[in-house]
Design a protein around this ligand. Sequence first.
Ligand code: HEM
Length: 365
Amino acid sequence: MKIQKPVYYGDYLHLPKILNAQDTESAKYGPEAHDETLFIIIHQTYELWFKQIIHEICSVREIMKHSFIPSTDLSTINARLERVGKIQQILIDQIKIMETMTSLDFMEFRDYLVPASGFQSLQFRLIEATLGIKAAHRMEIEKQFFNSRLKPEDRAQLEKAEEEDSIFELLDSWLSRMPFSEFGDFDFWGEYSEAVETMLNQDEQIIASNPSLNDTVRTMELRNLETTRNTFKTLLDANLYSKNLQEGKVRLSQKATLSCVFIYLYRDYPALQMPFKILNSLVEIDENFTTWRYRHAIMVQRILGTKIGTGGSAGHEYLKATTERNRAFIDLFNMATFLIPKHSIPKLPELIKDQLDIVYDSLRS
Ligand code: HEM
């Protein structure tokens, strides 16, 4: 048996390396700018947390690559995704510390940093790629930045990561494998469509008979309702759906979307509780990411105004655009469109209910 060596706190954590890794650029050219230490430490902290996030989501991706994911693994996936969500909360909160540095403080050392930029954070890009935001989804200006601003070895690593299936893609195939589109004799989607039709007809009645609406507003509301009706139609029509896919209006396949709607409607059944939690955790991660992007963009406006970034982008305007656009799981947010009131959700036949429930034969009366 190997004899265990005593471990020393500072050595175990490599503190000499980490605590001696804050070399300010300003000190190389003149008096050291006081706030540059904060600037470095906060970026290093982010990168450490990014490393942990990558550790979690890559392990999730490995589990999701299996053609069958047992329920115990689903619970592991969810626990790790929830952890990512908690780390992101800290990342969002840290922006407040960054904001204690004023615009003038930043100008003391900003020019020494050109052309370095958070834009070149490889780990940030790896997180995006692992979740499902890849080159194909980026704006033209972003693609150009990638080609000109990343070191060749970083670009190569990112391209390699983008070749792997992302969590979004694996989620799509996991949902598509679920048997919620066919139920033998029970025409679930037919019953669902009837419930939708009833709901929309009621909405139409309410708009048509509402005395407080003038003709212009009534026509506008009826037109909006027609759009909703068409959205529902698209969900169940393979041709309309694939047109939406081609036009980039949706990214999730029709089969996966149908499974998703089913999970959202019947999430209280034990067999669907964990899948629902996983979808919810992914929504949470996407929302936290968007919140971080938005808070970062606002902070940048406060510190830079309309100046361009050290990486050469339009600064705040560029960041606002990526906040709107770069959403890996936007389809899961839009799932709410297809939900109907609880009382009108189709009742499932006993056989299907039993499959979704945990039924112990010995407890049956
Ligand atoms: C004084 C504080 C900061 C300023 C003024 C600032 C400014 C900017 C600007 C202007 C950009 C756009 C690219 C460019 O032209 O450079 C950018 C991108 C970025 N920054 Fe910051 N930043 C600050 C702090 C941070 C911190 C603490 C992080 C944490 C890692 C960070 C991470 C990023 C990332 C990941 C991007 C790329 C975002 C994307 O392309 O969607 N920034 N930053």
